[in-house]
Design a protein around this ligand. Structure first.
Ligand code: HBI
Ligand code: FE
Length: 291
């Protein structure tokens, strides 16, 4: 049994074989559109100077602030013209192989629903605000889009080799919680951060977490937490560098990973490039948004 409301064993009633459902944009209520507007306005107070340039430009290019939840029929042609990607609606979390198949075909699956007004600050399930506001701006960048497509293609293979856990960590520490060195300093590009008002500040400014240079195998060995702020963030040099490193054949990497131990979330290793050695004070206080 899952704790999540939007997790299913098989495509639910009304979903296609690929798990997609219509967005049914006309059916969103005023309250739901208002939730999007509230979250959007809140992030726009926080993200300038914190989110990377690519994200901020992507947001502008997609014009997601026309009032309420974006209509995919309007947004998709803009995204498609830039990188060939489209966004499709799904009921919630979909099985890994379904998720990978969409990415491999340049379709980003977005939750159709939006969080309830009493969940503005925190929910674990990906809703339309996290998926569209958080993920889609980065998909306007050709290098980032190529990385996501490669991830989808690599997912099938990783699953068959029994190393999906390692590949999922790469996704986690880049697509969801990645930082990068921009011209003006450390910036956020991870969707899990940019879609969270509190983690947008914590990830860059809190003294607690470690901030370490990205290293593919190191990241693939590092445990992560899904229920609280991260204890470590990995910093890439650029999207091009990320793409270059991850378009390589992972076969030899997976071979080496087979014999390697997992790395604890709070570990700092002698070979790590350290941007910030965190105090881990937040986690020590018990986390989950402790004051
Ligand atoms: N489904 N809708 C949705 N969104 C995700 O981000 C997602 C998913 N299914 C599986 C999944 N992510 C990950 O566990 C894979 O990257 C391994
Ligand atoms: Fe996400």
């Amino acid at each position: 049994m899952s704790d999540f409301e939007h997790v299913f064993e098989a495509p639910p009633e009304g979903a296609a074989a690929d798990w997609t459902i219509p967005q049914d944009w006309d059916a969103y209520s005023d309250v739901e559109h208002g939730t999007w507007d509230t979250l959007y306005a809140r992030q726009m107070k926080i993200l300038p100077g914190r989110a990377c340039e690519v994200f901020m430009q992507g947001l502008k290019a997609l014009d997601l602030n026309t009032g309420g939840i974006p209509d995919f029929a309007v947004m998709n042609p803009k995204l498609q013209a830039l990188t060939g990607w489209t966004v499709v609606c799904v009921p919630g979390l979909v099985p890994d192989e379904v998720f990978f198949d969409h990415l491999a075909n340049k379709r980003f699956p977005s939750g159709q629903f939006i969080r309830k007004p009493d969940q503005l600050d925190y929910l674990q399930e990906p809703d339309i605000f996290h998926d569209v506001f958080g993920h889609v701006p980065m998909l306007t960048d050709p290098d980032f889009a190529a990385y996501m497509e490669a991830y989808g293609k690599g997912g099938q293979r990783a699953a068959s080799l029994g190393v999906l856990q390692n590949l999922a960590r790469l996704y986690w520490y880049t697509v969801e919680f990645g930082l990068m060195q921009d011209a003006d300093g450390l910036r956020i590009y991870g969707a899990g951060i940019v879609s969270s008002s509190t983690e947008s500040v914590f990830a860059l400014e809190d003294p607690s977490p470690n901030r370490l240079g990205f290293d593919l195998e190191r990241v693939m060995r590092t445990l992560y937490r899904i229920d609280d702020f991260q204890q470590v963030y990995f910093v890439i040099d650029s999207i091009e560098a990320l793409k270059a490193e991850t378009l390589k054949d992972f076969g030899p990497v997976y071979q080496r990973l087979k014999g390697a131990d997992d790395i604890a979330i709070e570990a700092v290793l002698p070979e790590d490039q350290v941007f910030t050695r965190g105090t881990q004070a937040y986690a020590a206080r018990g986390g989950r948004f402790a004051a």
